[in-house]
Design a protein around this ligand. Structure first.
Ligand code: ZN
Length: 160
């Protein structure tokens, strides 16, 4: 859908709306319900230039994301648009958009806590009566938690 939009529109490097539309269609490789825009890793979109910041320092997903964005831009006719990576300011989980946090919960993953907040709410039932089972869940960026209220295990997104 977003790629169609970009193709129908004038696919020039001056078309930043088209660029945003393409980026909104690029999923996070680890959590496909989130786009790279939901994740907040797109720092700026300018005519001819997209600047992203790596999410998971040391995670292989970062290179995958950059490659996926490049491929999506090329496919939408934005081959001339440069993809640049910046390390400053560093990405934190606070950059995940509200829409992104909703999608995480719907996917069964607890969104990251604001700094200093240690309570983790169960994404299934909302109970705060939860406990950590393992520091590492299905990927290094997630911890495995369990809800004592509904007995469901869930992932906590913990990268920051
Ligand atoms: Zn629960």
């Amino acid at each position: 859908m977003s790629l169609d939009f970009a193709r129908r529109g004038v696919s020039t490097s001056l078309d930043t709306n088209g660029l945003w539309a393409v980026l909104a269609g690029v999923p996070d490789p680890e959590i496909p319900v989130l786009s790279v825009v939901d994740l907040g890793i797109v720092c700026s979109v300018e005519p001819g230039r997209v600047v992203i910041t790596p999410t998971y320092t040391g995670c292989p997903a970062t290179q995958v994301i950059e490659r996926d964005i490049r491929a999506a831009l090329d496919a939408a006719g934005f081959a001339a648009v440069a993809v640049e990576t910046t390390l400053s300011p560093p990405w934190t989980t606070e950059w995940i958009s509200e829409a992104g946090k909703q999608k995480l919960r719907a996917y069964g993953i607890a969104p990251p806590n604001p700094p200093g907040v240690r309570r983790v709410a169960c994404p299934q039932c909302g109970s705060a009566d939860t406990e950590e089972i393992s520091r590492f869940g299905s990927t290094p960026c997630k911890a495995l938690w369990r809800c004592r209220s509904c007995a469901e295990p869930f992932d906590l997104f913990k990268c920051h």
